[in-house]
Every structure is written in structure tokens, then in C-alpha cells.
Design a protein around this ligand. Structure first.
Ligand code: 1GP
Length: 236
């Protein structure tokens, strides 16, 4: 079951289909020991560039999931699909509006047993995703905790603290960690060093590394061992 598989994810690389990447880099990522590769991005994601990337990834045994940002980029063949719902926006289309339109258009083709909802809280105001979704990033810790509690109450399997492009506040991740019992806590954003990887892995169930892949591939590969050798505090 997909929910069970997600529980086993500790380190994940996020690949953006709109960014060029070499075959050698794909091989290094797929054989790095990471638990999965998540394919998705904010700009320029198409059916074609996602399908091309999946085609290369399928040469390896690594589990691959697609994070669906636009309905038309849905590509069959992934082991699972994550659909983001941004909780800290007032624009309903980024919460569940896109899901509604997608189901209306493609409902009979949705592989429901392979789709999981992700509750996002977007916290870097400069990130493309924050601007696109008009996210309210000016939040107190209490707001983020309340969003996490909503995710838990709604039985959303993943709560994603998203700092895409910048390293986030560990105190927020730590406090959110304390209120989640069934929902998995995912952290992504700005991980570039051993200290950062270990710090976030101490409180998050799942750590996502994205931009570093394109900036310093070797350092990105190192994050796998840094995250996976860190024991999460209060491991469930
Ligand atoms: C992006 O959370 C991921 O959606 C990872 O963030 O690209 O900053 O590593 P970075």
C-alpha cells in the first residue's frame, strides 16, 4: 500500500523535469541509496519532459513518484502520485480547487490506490511556489502547528514544511514534529551541508533535497548518508 511505502521514506531527491540533467547524474542519484525520487516542479513542467525523465529513471530500481502540479502533466508509470494542497493560501484553487478540476476532467483515469494528498505549508516568501500560490508566509509558529494539527485531523498522510530554495527554521520543524502522530512530517528547503541535513533529519520523518542536485551533485549525494545516519528524535 502506498501509505506504507511512504512511511519508509527517509531521504528523497526531488527532480525538476524542466531542468536539464545528464544520464550520469541520474545514475548517480538513482544508485545513491536514497529512498525515492520525486519528480515535480513549479514552472515549465509538461507531460513530455516528465515522461522523458521517467523513461531515464526506469533504467534503475529506485522507486519514483510524481508530484502533480498541473493536471495535464500527469504521466502514467510512476509507482505513486502526490498531490499538493497548500494550506496557507486564501486561494481555494491551490487548496483543493485544482484537485476538483482534475477529477472532473480525468476522474475515471485516476489510479486512486496510487494517489496521496500532501498538506503543504509554504514558508519561503521568495520561492516560486509561494508567489504562484499567493501563500501567506508571514506565520507564527502557532499557525504552522495548527495547520499540522489540521493535517493530522483530516488524516492527510504527509505534512510538508516547504522552504524551497532557502534553509528553514528548525524550531518550527521541531514543534510541528511534536504534534504529528500519524501524518508524516516532510521537510524540504535549502539543504546544502551536513549540519543542515542532520538537523532537519532529527525532527522530520522525510527530508527532501532538490536544488543542491543542480548546484553540487556530489554534495547532494552526500546528503543521503547524512540524513539516513541521523536518528529522528522521538521516532515513531
Ligand atoms: C523543493 O522542498 C524541496 O520543493 C526541496 O527544496 O530545492 O531548496 O532543496 P530545495
Amino acid at each position: 500500500m502506498l501509505r506504507e511505502r511512504v512511511r519508509a521514506l527517509r531521504h528523497v531527491f526531488k527532480l525538476d523535469p524542466a531542468k536539464p540533467i545528464s544520464e550520469k547524474a541520474i545514475q548517480m542519484l538513482a544508485t545513491s541509496g536514497t529512498d525515492a525520487i520525486l519528480v515535480g516542479g513549479t514552472d515549465g513542467v509538461t507531460f513530455q519532459n516528465t515522461a522523458d525523465l521517467l523513461c531515464h529513471l526506469q533504467n534503475y530500481a529506485i522507486p519514483c513518484f510524481q508530484e502533480i502540479s498541473t493536471p495535464t502533466s500527469f504521466v502514467p508509470g510512476f509507482q505513486g502520485y502526490f498531490t499538493p494542497s497548500v494550506l496557507n493560501t486564501d486561494e481555494a484553487k491551490w487548496i483543493l480547487g485544482m484537485h476538483h478540476q482534475t477529477i472532473k476532467a480525468f476522474g475515471p483515469f485516476v489510479p486512486w490506490d496510487k494517489v496521496l494528498l500532501e498538506a503543504y505549508v509554504v514558508l519561503n516568501p521568495d520561492a516560486k511556489v509561494a508567489k504562484r500560490t499567493n501563500a501567506n508566509t508571514n506565520l507564527q509558529i502557532a499557525d504552522v502547528i495548527a495547520y499540522a494539527q489540521m493535517a493530522e485531523w483530516l488524516q492527510i498522510p504527509i505534512f510538508y514544511v516547504e522552504y524551497s530554495g532557502t534553509y528553514g527554521r528548525v524550531d518550527i520543524v521541531q514543534e510541528v514534529s511534536a504534534v504529528l502522530h500519524h501524518t508524516r512530517l516532510c521537510y524540504g528547503g535549502g539543504i546544502r551541508s551536513q549540519e543542515q541535513a542532520e538537523e532537519m533529519a532529527t525532527w522530520a520523518d522525510m527530508v527532501v533535497v532538490g536544488n543542491l542536485i543542480y548546484e553540487d551533485l556530489i554534495q547532494a549525494i552526500h546528503t543521503v548518508k547524512w540524513v539516513k545516519s541521523t536518528k529522528k528524535r522521538g521516532e515513531r
